[in-house]
Structures are given as structure tokens and as C-alpha cells.
Write a protein that binds this ligand. Structure first.
Ligand code: PLP
Length: 502
């Protein structure tokens, strides 16, 4: 697979400036005791890099939009669901795209105002919709049934809500009271990219109103004409592996539908287009995401989108964070099997879930450091870099040529600022690792200052989250009762359990 090859081509990422900053951060992390035998893995976030990335995104769209165009860059919270990260991005003028009550709560905890949030999940409950509308958060409805729920909440003419039959006491009276900008998510069905699981714009996709299905466009136009309070269209064409041209084609389809709706309405009913996220990231080099290229491609492909008649929302996730994060993990043991050196580290499927389960799509660069955090030299030796999880496939790199990793060394997984250590997988009840932000500071030891952005999950927290307080729920304290557990052990009658349930 060519992606795997390219990840291996520049494994140490020493092509330029970012590598030097990375090396310094690793060295300082060791010097300051962030990585120790007792605390063998951490996520590190380059705060300056995140700010630079946010600035690059803003500048890219500022360059192509008419002066005065309202643009909201709403960070896709799922990519790095950490309150201090959302706060940092808010500080850079960004908003949040949320897709669950948890993500909404994180964005609110970060202090995001309602007018900088967008709610997009494909499975919003009635209660979630009501809360979003009560807060004034933008909502993009995914399907006709969800739109019908909005009808009841908004109280549009002819809807159950306006006739008072919904029985929902929280229903808002009229559209005049709704501060939330409301829109529909469409699937332009322009096709998929190289990663099937992340391709949202294939003809068959669970997301949005499928635009090219028979009768769909007419249905959507009618839906807007019937609902003056619908003012947005949203499309998110895919993530990672999508060619920019396909993304731009999806945006063009969405724009053209907006133009058709506004023409049919005889007014600028749709005032804002939400063009989603999905800008791919290089996992093979330090090349930054191409915000500028994408913005210029949009100008070339959909000039009308940027001429000032429409407000814009974007929803980038990975492109904003991936390059600014790394996992740093200690090598616990270095062994060999079948002639293959294997470094057993503390970073595996619990942090690099996609890489472990779909390595052909998600190769990551691994850099070898010694126990003091200095880049390892020496000849490259093909080796496996394994994680701590108890299954054989728990490898973050297989047969990868690297300076030979030894016990006590460190392995850094690069470009993991999005969807890696912030998207923990609870396999083996391994704890969520601590996350530190860092920035250059000549006064700090090693020239780098760290700030804890998320503490390591404690074992007590793992027990609590795993039903620690419900210990006896399935036995004497709940379903079992003395009769059943006694009967089970004694191999006697099973019928006695019914008593204990009541
Ligand atoms: C995941 C997602 C995004 C962000 O995708 P990235 O590839 O991380 O930029 C944006 N919008 C929606 C609706 C999403 O589901």
C-alpha cells in the first residue's frame, strides 16, 4: 500500500522545522518527569501549532471571501474532545460543531456562546433538539422525520406543534421565538474517497437528504418553501481520503440547490451554507493541511458561494489538530519473535484504534527516542512497534525500519492530535492517558513549558465507570438474591429466583 510506504519513507519526520520542535518537546517532557516508568504514556499537544493551524484556516477563507462575509469556523469536537482545546480554539475565534449531548456540554464548558455552535448528529433525540433550540444553537436536520420534529418545536403552520397536539410542554410558540438558525443536511452523492468508512457522500450513506434520489430535490425545495424558518443547507462530503476536487464538487451541488431554493422562494431564504469539514491530512510528512489550496479551489469551483451573498460555516476537525499532537510512549520491553524485533510499548489500540484495526488506511509515523528523550541514531532495523493490549494485532507499526528500540526508550506516534489520544478506546480497561499542551519557553527546563490539559484517568475512576457502585446488582443486591445464588451453587431448583426480583 502506497500510504504505508510513504509513512515509512520519512519516519523520523526530520525534513524541517517541526522535527526540531518535536525533539525539544520530547526531551523536555522526559526532563520534567511527564514520562516515567509509572506514567509511561502521554498525549502532547503543540499549542503554538494549533494556533498556527487556526490562523491558517482563518486566513485561507479570508483570502477568498468578499469583505464582510460572515464566516464561522466550527471545530468538529469529536476530533479532539477536550475542554481546554475547545477553549484554545475559541480564543482563536473558532466555534464548535457538536454531535451529542456530551460534545455540546464540552463546548458549553469551554465557554462557547450559542451563536458559535452547530449541532449535527444523525440521531438527535427530541430532547436534544429541544435543548438546542432553547439555547439558540444552529441545527441541521438530517432527515424528514427529524424535520417533522423541528416542525413541532418551531410551531410552523399546519404542524402538530402549532395545533397544540404534540403534548410537549416545552414547545416554542412561533418561529419568531426561535433564535437557532435551522437547516437541512444534504448528501450531494458525489461519490466516496479512498476510505469507505469515512465517505459520507456515496449514493448510499446514512447521512442527510440524498440529493440525487428520485424526487429528492423537489421535496427539499418544497420543504423550504413550506418553512420560512429554514435558512441553511449543510453538507459534509467526507473525511480523510477525499480528493479536494470531490469535496468542492459536493459544495457546488449544495450551493446550486441553495440558489434554486432561493429562486423558487423569490428571496434569499437560505442565507448561510455550512460546507462541513474533511480536509485530508498528511500522515507521511510534516506538510501542513492545504487550507489555502482548498479555499482557492472553492473560489474556482463555486465563486458564487464566496461573493458575499451567503454566510459560511466550516467544520474542520482533523486538519486543525492532527499535526499538532503526538503520543509519547515508553518501551516496556524489547523482545524478538520469529526473527522480528518487537518493542512492546504503552501505546496501542487504546490510543491508535484506527491505526491498529485498519493500518493500511491509517499508517502513523513512529519516531524512536532514547530514555532521555534524545532522537535515537543507529541503523534502521525492521521491527514491530506493539501496544499493551491483549490481542496479537495490537501493532502501531509492523516491520517498520527504525533505530532499534530498547526497553526504556520512547516511541512517538506523530500526527495524532486528532482522533487518537482524544478518542480513547477502553480495551483492557487501560486508562485514558494524561494530555499536556506545550509551548516554547526559554525560562522552562529544556526550553518547553507544559500545561496539563487532561489528567490521566485513575484506576478508581475506571472502577467507578465500570459499575463499581453496582457490585451486587446482578447477585444478592439485585437480580440474584440469596435463593438464586444459593440454588445455583447447589445445583438445585432454579425456580426460586422469581421472589428475589420483586
Ligand atoms: C466528523 C465531521 C466533521 C469533521 O471531519 P474532519 O475530517 O475531522 O474534518 C465535520 N462535520 C461533520 C458533520 C462530521 O461528522
Amino acid at each position: 500500500m502506497t500510504t504505508e510506504d510513504s509513512a515509512a519513507r520519512d519516519p523520523e519526520g526530520r525534513g524541517g522545522g517541526p522535527a526540531a520542535g518535536r525533539d525539544q518537546a520530547v526531551r523536555a517532557a522526559v526532563e520534567q518527569g511527564l514520562i516515567t516508568p509509572e506514567s509511561p504514556v502521554a498525549g502532547l499537544l503543540d499549542v503554538t501549532g494549533i494556533r498556527r493551524s487556526a490562523a491558517a484556516l482563518r486566513a485561507a477563507f479570508a483570502e477568498v471571501t468578499a469583505p464582510g462575509t460572515p464566516v464561522l469556523h466550527a471545530f468538529a469536537v469529536k476530533a479532539a474532545a477536550l475542554v481546554p482545546v475547545l477553549r484554545l480554539l475559541a480564543d482563536e475565534g473558532l466555534g464548535c460543531e457538536v454531535a451529542s449531548p456530551g460534545e455540546l456540554a464540552l463546548a458549553r464548558a469551554a465557554g462557547l456562546p450559542a451563536d458559535r455552535m452547530v449541532l449535527d448528529s444523525p440521531a438527535k433525540t427530541y430532547a436534544e433538539l429541544r435543548e438546542a433550540l432553547a439555547l439558540g444553537i444552529a441545527v441541521n436536520a438530517d432527515n424528514p422525520q427529524e424535520l417533522a420534529r423541528l416542525d413541532t418545536l418551531v410551531g410552523s403552520p399546519g404542524s402538530p406543534g402549532s395545533s397544540g397536539s404534540s403534548g410537549s410542554s416545552g414547545s416554542s410558540g412561533s418561529s419568531g421565538e426561535i433564535a437557532s438558525p435551522l437547516g437541512l443536511r444534504v448528501n450531494p452523492q458525489v461519490g466516496g474517497g479512498s476510505i469507505d468508512a469515512l465517505s459520507t457522500a456515496k449514493p448510499i450513506s446514512k447521512f442527510g437528504f440524498a440529493l440525487r434520489d428520485e424526487g429528492a430535490r423537489e421535496w427539499i425545495v418544497r420543504a423550504f418553501l413550506d418553512r420560512p424558518w429554514l435558512t441553511r443547507l449543510h453538507a459534509h462530503v467526507g473525511s480523510q481520503g477525499m480528493p479536494l476536487e470531490l469535496m468542492a464538487a459536493g459544495v457546488r451541488e449544495t450551493y446550486e440547490l441553495a440558489e434554486a431554493i432561493n429562486a423558487a422562494a423569490g428571496r434569499r431564504q437560505i442565507d448561510t451554507l455550512d460546507i462541513g469539514g474533511g480536509l485530508p491530512v498528511s500522515f507521511a510528512s510534516d506538510e501542513p493541511p492545504a487550507f489555502g489550496d482548498y479555499a482557492r479551489l472553492l473560489r474556482a469551483t463555486v465563486p458564487g458561494l464566496l461573493d458575499g451573498r451567503y454566510g459560511l460555516v466550516t467544520e474542520f476537525g482533523r486538519a486543525l489538530l492532527a499535526k499538532s499532537g503526538m503520543v509519547l510512549a515508553r518501551v516496556e520491553y524489547a523482545k524478538s519473535a520469529g526473527g522480528r524485533p518487537i518493542a512492546v510499548t504503552h501505546a496501542g489500540a487504546q490510543l491508535a484504534t484506527r491505526t491498529v484495526f485498519a493500518p493500511e488506511f491509517w499508517p502513523v509515523r513512529v519516531v524512536a527516542y532514547d530514555a532521555k528523550g534524545r532522537p535515537k541514531a543507529g541503523p534502521r532495523v525492521a521491527q514491530d512497534v506493539a501496544g499493551p493490549c491483549c490481542f496479537a494485532g495490537d501493532l502501531v507499526a509492523e516491520n517498520r525500519p527504525l533505530p532499534l528500540l530498547e526497553a526504556g526508550d520512547l516511541a512517538a506516534l506523530l500526527d495524532t492530535g486528532a482522533y487518537y489520544f482524544t478518542n480513547h478506546f477502553a480495551y483492557n480497561s487501560l486508562p485514558r492517558p494524561p494530555v499536556y499542551g506545550f509551548a516554547a519557553d526559554p525560562a522552562a527546563p529544556g526550553g518547553v513549558r507544559f500545561a496539563l490539559a487532561r489528567p490521566q484517568q485513575t484506576v478508581a475512576e475506571i472502577v467507578a465507570e465500570s459499575g463499581g457502585a453496582q457490585r451486587d446488582a446482578l447477585t444478592s443486591g439485585g437480580l440474584g438474591g440469596d435463593a438464586l445464588s444459593g440454588g445455583g451453587r447447589g445445583g438445585g431448583e432454579q425456580g426460586g429466583g422469581a421472589d428475589s426480583v420483586t
